[in-house]
Design a protein. Structure first.
Length: 279
């Protein structure tokens, strides 16, 4: 039986192009640009896009002739575990924002990266949108470390072997106008989350001891605090995080971590976690 996996992979390349920051910023991209990004024939791309449009996976603007991701993706995404978790977390994130007056996020681990699935924005935040859907290097973010600290030593060793040098994002090498509120942080090269596995394990043990993680490596001038969220099986399924400027935070890093940890514990209770607190 033929599975047509090669054809599916080629279609996914087209979808990835339409999911890029460029396509989002410009309100879609045309056939020629998709062909350029995927390095494929324009005729092939045109046929693929027409097929995807017929299924609702792609929308076409009749005026501009640009293609963008279609409504069916939204419909399907709302049936994912991430969407269910994001819905359950919204009220707890809002409570945390009210406490700390900073934007709060819910993040999940996906391979070597953390994916932001829900954001509640603070009233005076400079960046008002664009966080949801962002993928970041798990090893250098507080959220990634908070989730990884819930793994066993053997699981951490395996994760390190597979993902320690992962790039934060498979960004396309393109010149594009910088949006007012950028969707993806730009990272020039891969970075190890620590000099060695032993050092990384020590960092994660500190997270377990405190109940939260602190990192200033993701964004210059920003300190991130994150804490793990557990489900009814007592498995870490996500992390709540808050980022604050170093200047604004001052010497209150641990206080921020404790507030984030408390919010994560409340959400864990909502999810039915039988045991909550530092591992």
């Amino acid at each position: 039986m033929r599975t047509h996996t090669a054809g599916l992979a080629r279609d996914l390349e087209v979808i990835e192009a339409l999911a890029s920051a460029e396509a989002f910023t410009l309100g879609g991209i045309g056939v020629a640009r998709v062909a350029e990004l995927t390095k494929r024939d324009k005729g092939q791309i045109s046929r693929v896009l027409k097929t995807l449009e017929a299924t609702g996976l792609v929308d076409r603007d009749k005026a501009t002739r640009k293609y963008s991701l279609g409504h069916r993706f939204y419909s399907m995404s709302m049936r994912t575990r991430e969407a269910h978790l994001a819905l359950q977390a919204e009220s707890r994130l809002a409570e945390l924002v009210a406490q700390v007056q900073e934007t709060a996020h819910l993040n999940v681990l996906r391979g070597g990266r953390v994916l932001t699935i829900k954001t509640v924005v603070a009233a005076d935040a400079v960046r008002r949108s664009g966080w949801d859907g962002v993928l970041s290097n798990a090893g250098i973010t507080a959220s990634g470390r908070a989730i990884l600290a819930g793994l066993t030593d053997s699981e951490i060793e395996l994760w390190w072997a597979e993902h320690a040098l992962d790039d934060p994002l498979p960004l396309l090498s393109i010149d594009m106008p910088e949006p007012a509120e950028p969707i993806n942080p730009k990272t020039r090269r891969a970075r190890r989350p620590a000099r060695s596995l032993k050092q990384f394990e020590k960092m994660l043990q500190e997270v377990r001891d405190k109940g939260y993680a602190i990192s200033d490596e993701f964004q210059e001038g920003i300190v991130d605090a994150a804490a793990p969220v557990r489900d009814s099986s007592n498995i870490v399924v996500a992390a709540i995080s808050v980022g604050a400027s170093i200047e604004r935070l001052g010497d209150q890093t641990d206080q921020l971590g404790q507030l984030v940890s408390a919010a994560a514990l409340r959400l864990s209770t909502d999810l039915g976690a039988p045991i909550i607190g530092p591992a």
